[in-house]
Design a binder for this molecule. Structure first.
Ligand code: AVJ
Ligand code: FE
Length: 445
């Protein structure tokens, strides 16, 4: 028993495509120089991401689904993420800003023409690819994921702000219990029916977990400052050997974008300098920092199965929910998503977003690092291409080079996250909007 499927209609697809495009254009409505420049070796020039989402739409919605020729020949190599790493893309023969926007409009015109003709569904081959609308959901999510990546590029960029400030977040509050208990027992991990689910979220399978405790809220900046001031960044015993090596090599002493000015912690956020808000989830920490903090606190990171059980499992029905609060779409009162605000909301801001066990802010605010590597679920089948997930799985018998992140951030669109959604990155990455939450075994008491 798992979430019911959420139907995708032609109208809903058209609206989702239009909404994500407005978002992409808003992040790239800046001077040409800012678009073509490489702001960080970790990121592509913004103009690469822009044309890449159009090329992906052309590949999947025009060519694969519509059986049409490429909208423009000769672009697939330049916009293939596997052929050129991020640091080298600035040297490719990229479409310029105006040409990229024109390309996106051209592809989109063909996508919408095909969508209009979908009323009687196309032949069997296309119907299989369409699979309840997944290929559309995939293209929409792909563009939102690149939008979040572009926002991380904006965060890495130095200089005065380029983006409009977001809306204020709801106020935080003290929660009654610092941690919540999740009793031992089986739950449904993953999904076989959600039409938005990527291949790596499939198939649904029962997993039996021992009892555990998990924090009601993500770790806040106040706790991260306590870790810093207790010498956490200088105590090798708290770090894994690989984490300590990285900490030494990079000279890590605080989350990315933070520095101390006298007695005050300051941070740079999308071009603004401001005091670190103590009651917000900490973000821009890598997995190694999260793990060291957990050791310092006498706790650990949850596994991704623990995270998903705490977020989704409803003991009253035995089902897993699409979101912590139920199966209904996110609203501004339940979760901080979609870059409505410019950062995480204060701790305790979303009592209406609580999961059945009482965990809060599991969806939105910050991606949460888990203890788990990125591996396939039993029965995994690559769909519709190996390069989305499968090539990132470890070879049999090897460890994953990645760690799984769950729950989405304030910058993640509501259509690109759910309780089953799996994100992954290297354990050294800090430019993503990631924090963490702590857990412990039940037999620790
Ligand atoms: C799932 C966020 C790790 O950005 O590398 C974008 C998503 N896949 N284009 C990434 C993705 C293809 C992917 N992550
Ligand atoms: Fe991509």
């Amino acid at each position: 028993s798992e979430s019911p499927s959420v139907p995708l209609t032609v109208d809903a697809v058209a609206r989702a495509l239009e909404r994500v495009r407005r978002r992409s254009l808003s992040y790239t409505d800046i001077d040409d120089d800012e678009l073509v420049r490489q702001h960080s070796p970790l990121m592509s020039p913004l103009v690469w991401d822009l044309a890449h989402v159009g090329n992906y739409e052309d590949l999947w919605l025009v060519r694969a689904l519509g059986a049409a020729a490429a909208t423009r020949a000769g672009l697939d190599d330049v916009y293939d993420a596997f052929r050129h790493d991020r640091a080298s893309r600035v040297r490719l023969a990229l479409l310029g800003p105006e040409a990229a926007r024109a390309y996106l409009r051209e592809v989109r015109g063909r996508t919408l023409d095909l969508l209009d003709r979908l009323a009687p569904l196309p032949d069997g081959g296309h119907r299989r690819l369409l699979a309840d609308g997944f290929v559309y959901a995939m293209v929409v999510q792909h563009e939102h994921q690149h939008d979040e990546t572009m926002l991380a590029t904006h965060q890495l960029r130095t200089g005065p702000p380029l983006l409009a400030p977001g809306a204020p977040a709801p106020p935080g509050r003290e929660v009654a219990h610092r941690e919540v208990f999740v009793p031992a027992g089986p739950f449904t991990f993953g999904t076989s029916t959600d039409p938005w689910a990527y291949d790596n979220e499939r198939p649904a399978h029962q997993v039996n977990l021992p009892a555990f405790w998990i924090d009601t809220l993500p770790v806040g900046s106040r706790a991260q400052i306590a870790f810093i001031e207790d010498g956490g960044y200088d105590d090798e015993r708290l770090w894994s050997p690989a984490g300590w090596q990285w900490r030494q090599r990079e000279g890590l002493t605080a989350p990315a974008f933070w520095w101390r000015d006298g007695g005050t912690w300051l941070r740079r956020r999308l071009g603004h300098v401001e005091p670190v808000p103590l009651d917000e989830p900490v973000q821009h920490v890598c997995w190694y920092e999260a793990q060291a903090h957990a050791h310092w606190a006498g706790r650990r990171l949850p596994t991704e199965a623990e995270w998903e059980k705490a977020a989704a499992h409803d003991p009253a029905t035995g089902r897993s929910r699409r979101y912590p609060w139920g199966d209904t779409d996110p609203t501004p009162g339940r979760a901080n998503l979609g870059h409505r605000t410019s950062g995480p909301a204060p701790l305790g801001a979303y009592p209406a977003g609580a999961s059945p066990c009482g965990a809060e802010q599991m969806i939105g605010d910050v991606w949460e690092w888990t203890a788990s590597g990125f591996t396939p679920y039993p029965g995994f089948r690559s769909h519709p291409y190996r390069e989305y997930s499968e090539v990132f799985f470890p070879a049999p018998g090897e460890e994953s080079a990645f760690r799984v992140l769950r729950g989405g951030s304030w910058a993640t669109d509501g259509s690109a996250v759910r309780t089953t959604f799996r994100n992954w990155d290297y354990p050294i990455r800090r430019q993503i909007f990631a924090g963490f939450r702590l857990a412990r075994d039940a037999d620790d008491d």
